[in-house]
Design a protein around this ligand. Structure first.
Ligand code: MRU
Length: 347
């Protein structure tokens, strides 16, 4: 996979592969300002919880650069821009984590100049970027061990290289299984309305020569009933203290069906996706996106003019439906309240 998040020192900009147009066009989107970063996050030039986190980390650095040219108190100006990035999307905890992390190291650095802060932040953003790939590879290793030779793995949305800095979480598990010599294939649920499965999961797996078939979201029950799905592995935007996993809308339904047909349902995510400050999935803000994503296919409106739609972008899957949470530190098993607590105590 092409590196889809690139910091260019020459341009002093973040260059993103524009996921709105994949797989048909490989366009690049250049971010130089806070507005560019927030636009990229909101319209989903870049998406997927860890990729959002990495982008936000570089975004804080770019916000600092922008503030350099502004009148007034640079600290107050910068705080406002960090708030803007922090609030770009509400559900993925990784966005808040990245902004908090930049604020933490600012505080830790003490009374530094803006120039000094910028160099500290750029280095930190690069480390967050590289670490994300390493975490995904570890998730792949632990998750790969749970997969069997010959498995067909269903996934929902895109939790792959495109949703992270590289390698992927759920798709990292697929890659990990393959690296361990297992022959596995993937069913990518289409994932209405943004079609992360049909467009992005299919794009990156096909590009890497990993067998993938796309299925309509509503084919899930029949595919499972026919024995065509051995495991389900999905990513998460936020895992709460009790192990509920908030992920792309439709994930909850897939988990309910997996339980009905006795298929193990796994969630793959780095530890920093676990938000121990939020008790349950029902406490997580669910992003309500532009209705046009649902009403329109291209420029063509599907429901009659004047008919309203739902476009809730995520849903919480209750922990009792989850067979294991695969992190870079190992696999967590129920009861999650305890295994999650233990993971954080071990830090
Ligand atoms: O709206 P998106 O495309 O940002 O939603 C992405 C997902 O739901 C992913 O499954 C999740 O962020 C995990 S990415 C490793």
């Amino acid at each position: 996979m092409t590196e889809h998040i690139q910091y260019s020192a020459e341009k002093d900009a973040l260059i993103l592969l524009d996921q709105r147009y994949l797989p048909n066009r490989e366009d690049w989107f250049e971010c130089k300002t806070t507005d560019d970063i927030c636009f990229a996050l909101v319209v989903m030039v870049v998406r997927g919880a860890p990729a959002i986190g990495v982008t936000a980390a570089y975004g804080c650095y770019l916000a600092g650069r922008e503030v350099q040219g502004m009148d007034g108190d640079w600290k107050a100006n910068l705080e406002k821009k960090l708030d803007q990035i922090h609030d770009a999307r509400p559900t993925a905890v990784n966005l808040r984590w990245a902004v908090r992390e930049m604020r933490r190291i600012w505080k830790e650095a003490g009374d530094v100049s803006l120039e000094e802060l910028l160099s500290i932040w750029l280095e930190r953003a690069k480390v967050i970027h590289v670490d994300d790939i390493k975490m995904c590879e570890m998730i792949g290793k632990f998750g790969g061990e749970l997969m069997d030779d010959g498995d067909t793995i269903m996934t929902h949305c895109n939790a792959g290289a495109l949703a992270t800095a590289g390698y992927g979480t759920a798709l990292g598990v697929v890659r990990g299984a393959i690296d361990q010599g297992k022959k596995v294939s993937v069913i990518a649920n289409e994932t209405r309305p943004f079609l992360q499965g049909a467009r992005l999961t299919a794009y990156e797996l096909h590009k890497d020569g990993i067998p993938v078939k796309v299925a309509c979201d509503n084919a899930c029950a029949l595919l499972m009933k026919r024995g065509l799905v051995d495991k389900v592995v999905v990513g998460a935007d936020r895992i709460t203290a009790n192990g509920d996993a908030v992920n792309k809308i439709g994930t909850f339904g897939v988990a309910v069906l997996a339980e009905r047909f006795g298929i193990p349902f796994y969630v793959a995510a780095p530890q920093y996706t676990i938000d121990i400050e939020t008790p349950t999935g029902d406490d997580v803000p669910i992003e309500d996106r532009d209705p046009k994503e649902v009403t329109h296919i291209g420029d063509h409106r599907i429901p009659p003019e004047g008919v309203e739609v739902y476009n809730l972008a995520f849903d919480p899957t209750p922990n009792e439906l989850i067979a294991g949470i695969i992190t870079e530190k190992g696999v967590l098993y129920p009861p999650y309240t305890e295994s999650i607590k233990k993971l954080f105590e071990e830090e």
